[in-house]
Design a protein around this ligand. Structure first.
Ligand SMILES: C[S@@+](CC[C@H](N)C(=O)[O-])C[C@H]1O[C@@H](n2cnc3c(N)ncnc32)[C@H](O)[C@@H]1O
Length: 284
C-alpha cells in the first residue's frame, strides 16, 4: 500500500494530469484498425515451477475448451492471454453459487475498460455462465481516457477496439465518461479495479476532477435492471471495504465475494489481495 509521503507526492501530479487529459481528450480519435500482436503460447507458464506449472497448464486447456478461446489463443500476447485466463478463472469462482443469468441475450457494460484486453474473457463468461449453448452478448466497454498513445504509436482506444473485435460481434468500445452514456437497462455492469481512492487515479494520469467514485457507482447501479448484477474487482481489502461502504448508500444487495488472486498471471504475487464481488440491484 502507498505510504502517506507517496500519496502526498502524487498530488503534485494533479496539474500535469489535468493538462495532459485535456490535450488527449481534444485529440481526434483515430479510426484505423490495428492488428494485435501474437506470441507463441508454448512458453506461457515457463515462470511457474513444478506442480504449479502443471496445474496452470491443465486449467488453461480446460478454459480454452470451455470458453472457445482458439481465436484469442492465436491472436494475443502472452500477457493478454494470461489475463483473459485469469479473469475467466476468477469469474467462475465468484459466480459459483450465483444463479445463471436469465434469457437468451445478456446486455452488459464494463465501466473503465482501459485497453479492454480482457474483452474476450468477459464476453465468453457472460455468454456461457450456467448455459451449455452460448447466449448472445451485447457488451460495451466504456473508457474516459482512450486517446493517449501507447509506445507503438497507436491509441488505447485502437487497442481496445481490436480487443473488442477479437471478442466477437457483440462486443464494442467507446471513449466516453460513463456518467453520461445513455444505455437501456443492463443485465450486468462490471467494474474492474475502479479508482476508489485518489492515489491510483493520479498515478494512472487522470485529473483530480475525475475522482468521483460515489457518482460512478451510482451510475453503475442505476444502469442495471432490477435483479441485474454489479460485478466489481478491487485491488485490496481496504478498497473492498470502501466499496462496501459506498454501495451501502445504493439500492443493491451483497451476493458474494471471493479472492481475485490468480496463479495464472505472470505477476501473481501482486494480485494476492485482490477481491471480486457481486451485488444485485434491488427491485425498487
Ligand atoms: C485501474 S483502471 C482499470 C482498467 C481496466 N478495467 C483493467 O482492469 O485493466 C480504471 C479505468 O477507469 C477509467 N475511468 C475512470 N473514470 C471513468 C469514467 N467516469 N468513465 C469511464 N472510465 C473511467 C480510467 O481511465 C481507467 O482506465
Amino acid at each position: 500500500m502507498a505510504s502517506t509521503l507517496r500519496k502526498s507526492l502524487a498530488l503534485l501530479k494533479a496539474p500535469a494530469n489535468s493538462i495532459g487529459f485535456q490535450v488527449r481528450s481534444r485529440a481526434l480519435g483515430r479510426k484505423c484498425r490495428i492488428a494485435l500482436v501474437n506470441e507463441s503460447k508454448t512458453v506461457l507458464f515457463f515462470a511457474h515451477k513444478g506442480a504449479v506449472r502443471s496445474r496452470a497448464q491443465r486449467r488453461e486447456a480446460e478454459l480454452r475448451k470451455r470458453y472457445d478461446l482458439a481465436r484469442l489463443h492465436a491472436q494475443s500476447s502472452l500477457l493478454h492471454y494470461a489475463e483473459n485466463l485469469a479473469l475467466l478463472d476468477r469469474l467462475e469462482a465468484l459466480f459459483v453459487e450465483v444463479a445463471p443469468l436469465p434469457g437468451s441475450t445478456v446486455r452488459a457494460m464494463d465501466i473503465g475498460s482501459g485497453a479492454f484486453q480482457y474483452a474476450t474473457a468477459l464476453e465468453r463468461f457472460l455468454g456461457r455462465h450456467g448455459k451449455s449453448a452460448p447466449r448472445t452478448v451485447e457488451l460495451l466497454g466504456i473508457e474516459i481516457d482512450g486517446n493517449g498513445e501507447y509506445i507503438d504509436g497507436h491509441t488505447r482506444a485502437q487497442h481496445a477496439t481490436a480487443h473488442a473485435n477479437l471478442a466477437g460481434r457483440g462486443a464494442h468500445y467507446v471513449v466516453a465518461d460513463a456518467l453520461f452514456v445513455e444505455m437501456p437497462p443492463q443485465d450486468v455492469v462490471t467494474m474492474f479495479y475502479p479508482f476508489l481512492t485518489r492515489y491510483p487515479l493520479l498515478q494512472w494520469g487522470l485529473p483530480l476532477g475525475k475522482f468521483q467514485p460515489r457518482r460512478l457507482l451510482r451510475r453503475a447501479v442505476e444502469a442495471l435492471r432490477p435483479g441485474g448484477l454489479l460485478v466489481v474487482a478491487n485491488q485490496t481489502g481496504t478498497e473492498f471495504e470502501r466499496l462496501r461502504s459506498l454501495l451501502a448508500e445504493l439500492p443493491v444487495q451483497f451476493v458474494r465475494q471471493c479472492s481475485f488472486a490468480s496463479k495464472l498471471l505472470p505477476y501473481a504475487e501482486k494480485t494476492v489481495d485482490r477481491i471480486g464481488s457481486v451485488w444485485m440491484r434491488a427491485s425498487k
